[in-house]
Design a protein around this ligand. Sequence first.
Ligand code: AQP
Length: 333
Amino acid sequence: MAKKIFSGVQPTGNLHLGNYIGAIKNFVDLQNEKNNQCIFCVVDLHAITVKQNPKELKNNIRETTAAFLASGIEPEKNIIFNQSLVPAHSEGSWILGCVARMGWLNRMTQFKEKAGKDKEKASIGLYIYPVLMAADILLYDASHVPVGEDQKQHLELSRDIAQKFNLDYECPNFFKIPEPLIQKNFARIMSLKDGTKKMSKSDPSDLSRINLKDNKDEIINKIKKAKTDNDSMPKDENNLNKRPEIENLFSIYSSLSNQNLKSTIDQFSGKNFSKFKNDLAEVVVEKITPISNEIKRLEKDPQFIDNILLNGSKKAEKMAKLKVEKLKEIIGF
Ligand code: AQP
């Protein structure tokens, strides 16, 4: 069945292997499925929920777009744009914010994690981040939303908002209820330094992640330094969940080699960790360095990237504006 896909990535710098395996790699697979219509958004309005340096933000918007292109997302086949070029996202978000309930938002674990202990000082934008995400998705009648596991809760909130709006305003099919598309395997890539923490752009340690712009030597060095444990090579999947660092490295190898965890375990059974790390580095270098080189090449031509975003935003604007107009009519504006 043809799907209408919407997904976004924040232009907050340091795009990493987790973003690639958990999101961008799937975007490429989805664009290649017959008849799918895909909209990929650089969600810059989401990025400013935490303070950004304006110059860096502009560069990061281009870098994220370059990462889409370098990973194989084709601008002719899909819509690629940045959120702030389409005002309907902000407008829709306000209206949906009047539908969402405080109790729902209070349950969002990402806010709790990102706001930390001092939530009084967190921006209101960070708190209502999932409402903007709901607007992003619902304004395009997206049927499916590919996200990493960490975004599942936000997607469920989008579904709740859509259902409540349809019910409150007695327009049963106005908002399409989107389905999450979460990979069954390797949905969450963890830090190379701590297997219990997700790999993240904002981790202060650069050694915790493989950046999509890392070169060969950086990748090899980071994998060499990745945390392991003192146990022997796993022989099966039993107990692997008690060895998060090992499970993570085996997951990365499996995902990039397009094989399941069991095949990777069998492949390295009886071998030592240095052999495994060498082979892992080889697989990561093979996958990531062409992407890294292409991102750097594209970044030398900012005008080219800006044109892609501008063209994409014109197509996106047409759809989102129409939906907001209908939304306003239903509300009574
Ligand atoms: N570690 C991860 N494993 C799998 N998927 C991941 N994603 C992010 N981290 C991992 C997925 O990548 C997509 C884009 O994410 P984002 O950049 O919009 O937001 P994020 O989840 O906040 O990314 P970070 O790296 O964790 O940033 P910070 O450090 O700022 O919080 C999403 O689909 C996400 O699931």
